[in-house]
Design a protein around this ligand. Structure first.
Ligand code: PMP
Length: 441
């Protein structure tokens, strides 16, 4: 059975003896209530009770540098967002079947970050719901059902979306209407990334058609984060999206991870590729932790959904979530977080590249803005994934009170994606501790 991404950087019962009484009791209560299927990070799990900016604090008051969490993207418990949530919660929290200036103002403001044809938005409560809704729209619009995704993509956990999420591993069946293609991997792949990816997408479309399955959409994370973070060369998505359009399909950009400024070059990961998607889905950082997510698309694609059925989602776009999401946009703008992601991400990336020159276990460093993937490989050949070494770094950093994790089909790629308030000083601390661990071997 191929490994599930839920197993990456997972706690194993062997680490039990290292826990203090508070942690041990929480762990026991957790397993009694959740059972065994809900993963927990780190060989020695963490019990956080408070957070602020880029810092998280455990029950003993120990402070951890957060270089991992991209949901509290504008900073943990950002006072401007907290105040907006508290104010709106004290005034009104309801659903979208009433008129609301708070909700309509946010919808207009969010659409202001998109080029003209992308002029409609629907709100949901999670990335999964957004992807699910995007699939329905794509199938109504094209009349096809066939979907193409990358080989270790993660798009969510509903029945329909799990069928396009190979990252769950071989224990979860992909749909018969789903084809996977190799991620646009410029490290292990050979030849031009853009042309190879487009050719793979075209072959998948042809295969669907040959099986009598009409093509509906290519769905990708625009940073391919679950596959292992693939960002360069910018523009590589364009030929694949052209192929999709020639075949009469739609391109669905999953911005759940890259969206809201993380890539340091605009709000959305797709803009680095010079493309305009047909449907964009977003979530995670949108409400800085409040459950708000969205689907943005063209008017006629939304109409094809409306022609079949209406759309209502009890919690999607509730007033408090929209107030939080508007406050998130305020912070991104007022604190120039996109420029900051570019600047601090650049410092971090060149710092890891300098380590790569000295430590052959770093096979590659890649990403965009404050989303980095660092490939840990066998020093002997500079290519073979070294998952155990990656986990040693992740758990070593955890002992030094710094949070990161792993991604990629082999779980050997360090996943670094801190809140966007991360500073040059924070980057220096992270680099110093990574180097100290590498020096120990
Ligand atoms: N798309 C991507 C790229 C994701 O990373 C995730 C969550 N990891 C989702 C969709 C699903 O989002 P959610 O967990 O909010 O349902």
């Amino acid at each position: 059975m191929s490994q599930s991404m839920l197993a990456l950087n997972n706690f194993a019962a062997a680490g039990m003896s290292a826990l203090d009484p508070v942690e041990r009791s929480l762990l026991e209560r957790r397993s009694r209530t959740f059972g065994s299927g809900v993963p927990l990070f780190y060989a020695r799990p963490l019990n956080f009770v408070r957070a602020e900016g880029v810092w998280m604090f455990d029950h003993e008051g120990r402070r951890y540098l957060d270089a991992y969490n991209n949901v509290p993207s504008v900073g943990h418990c950002h006072p401007h967002v907290v105040a907006a949530i508290a104010r709106q919660a004290a005034q009104l929290n309801t659903h979208t079947r009433y008129l609301s200036d708070v909700v309509s103002s946010y919808a207009e403001r969010l659409l202001g970050y998109f080029a003209a044809p992308l002029s409609r938005v629907l709100f949901t409560s999670s990335g999964t719901e957004s992807v699910d809704l995007a699939l329905r729209m794509a199938q109504y619009q094209t009349g096809g059902t066939g979907l193409v995704v990358t080989r270790f993509a993660y798009h969510g956990h509903s029945m329909a979306v799990a069928q396009i999420t190979p990252a769950f591993g071989s224990g979860v069946a992909l749909g018969a209407h789903v084809r996977t293609v190799a991620a646009p991997d410029g490290f292990r792949g050979t030849g031009p990334v853009a042309e190879n990816f487009a050719a793979a997408v075209q072959a998948a479309i042809d295969d669907l058609e040959r099986h009598g399955i009409g093509f509906a959409a290519l769905v990708t994370d625009t940073l391919f984060t679950s596959d292992g973070v693939f960002a360069d060369p910018a523009g590589f998505l364009r030929p694949a999206v052209d192929a999709v359009h020639r075949a009469g399909g739609l391109y669905v950009a999953d911005e759940v991870q890259p969206g809201f400024g993380r890539t340091g070059s605009g709000m959305w990961g797709y803009s680095r590729h010079g493309i305009v998607p047909d449907i964009v889905v977003m979530g995670k950082p949108m409400g800085n932790g409040m459950p708000i997510a969205a689907v943005v698309t063209r008017a006629e694609i939304l109409e094809s959904l409306a022609a079949h059925t209406g759309y209502f989602n009890t919690f999607g776009g509730n007033t408090v979530c929209c107030a939080a999401a508007a406050a998130v946009l305020d912070v991104i703008e007022q604190e120039s977080l996109i420029a900051r992601a570019a600047r601090v991400g650049g410092v971090l990336r060149s710092g890891v590249a300098a380590l790569q020159a000295r430590y052959p276990v770093i096979g590659d460093v890649r990403g965009a803005g404050l989303y980095l993937g660092v490939e840990i490989v066998a020093a002997a050949d500079g290519q073979s994934p070294d998952t155990a070494a990656a986990l040693r770094i992740v758990n070593g950093l955890r002992e030094r009170q710094i949070l990161i994790s792993t991604c990629g089909a082999e779980g050997n790629v360090l996943k670094i994606r801190p809140p966007l308030q991360f500073s040059e000083e924070n980057a220096a601390q992270l680099l110093e501790e990574i180097e100290s661990l590498l020096r120990q071997g």
